[in-house]
Design a protein around this ligand. Sequence first.
Ligand code: UGA
Length: 431
Amino acid sequence: MKLVIVGSGYVGLVTGACFSEFGYKTICVDKDQDRINQLNSGVCPFYEPGMEDLLKKHLKNTKLLSFSTSLSESIHKADIVFITVGTPSRRLEDDADLKYVWAVAEEISHNIKKYCLVVTKSTVPVGTSNEIKRIIEKTVPKENFDVVSNPEFLREGSAINDFMRPDRVVIGTDNKKSENIMRELYRPLYLRETPIFVTSIESSEIIKYASNSFLATKISFINEVSDLCEVVGANVQDVSDAMGIDQRIGPKFLNAGPGYGGSCFPKDVKAFISTAKKFDTNLSIINAVHESNKKRVIKIVDKIEKNTKKNSSLTMLGLSFKPNTDDIRESTSIKIANLLNEKGYQIKCYDPEAMENVKNEKYNFHFYNTAIEACRDTNAIIIGTEWNEFRALNLIDIGKIVNEKIIFDLRNIYNKDEVIKIGYKYYGTGK
Ligand code: UGA
């Protein structure tokens, strides 16, 4: 099977590299010539564990993977073409901006010459795949194409593993022929007994938004419970551990923290609410989640302000929106650091992978090459992102170079009693 993937961003590249690993000849297309040049030289434009190895392997050794700026030159070789372009929030609006999706659908419609399956992998509101079908139908005979929805559930930082060992593969289709092609495509996963869930196109599109919104709900739920725990002297980690043992609840995504960030949850939660509004339906719970998450950063900044000296130096450890990625989109660490800076604090910071991306954004932060250097002469350390290397910091040695021994452990990576024992004032989340 020959595949073309349109949009060589995060989802497109992980999908392309992993399908090459399955043994399929795959062309990843993108309009950005610099990005394609970079990829052709084997360099991945973002940090994702394992990606560069996979890229080099299939670009140079197996030659199953290639990159191009031309959809028209690539598509005639394709049995399946995936749409993996971005669907960002529209400026000043909450709904998803589909301009890249429509542009790709148009371009596909002018280039299909033989039967080709068009797969929507971008996160798109319900109704989009059918609209793509209508666009293509204008120029391509019905028997020469089908459109299916096949949302992705990859997490940044563990995307390759998520692709190779997914909990499920969702296929939204209205006909047997496309279902069979998709089943054949994902056949390598049958060996791992991955459930292939076939449903209607509309259900498939909603599954993606409902899944992300539900996970965001779990996070906001435990975050609000953690506020109560703090006030009454309970420990939210015990609460979530015990809740999670109940199989109906499950332990994942119950870690209290500074709120969810990243390129997906904030955008998808907003877009889901907006889609429901269009259809005169009120997703009041998801709306509350969105509001709760927005307030979270302010609440944390208040807490830090109340417990530190005005205009002093603070150290933010971790800038990416979560560990194992250099992605800083909607990063709560950066929002918190920036708000504190606006209130007069000096911000020292360090992140293992995301520093260059933050430097490009021109924040008024001071950057250091190691966590320890960032802590020198600080008045409080804030753990913003739970990178593994912060778990192993020698807090005794660090205690000798700071101005004040105060820790805001927003991600609950330390044992409160142990940190207090070595002389720190400790502020965790919900404990
Ligand atoms: C998320 C979903 O988990 C993926 O399944 C989905 O494919 C992806 O969005 C997408 O739509 O493309 P991702 O944004 O990479 O993946 O990150 P997550 O690991 O889900 O974390 C999102 C945010 O929630 C992070 O800010 C993280 O720190 C926060 N979080 C997560 C918590 O605060 N507590 C938790 O218990 C878990």
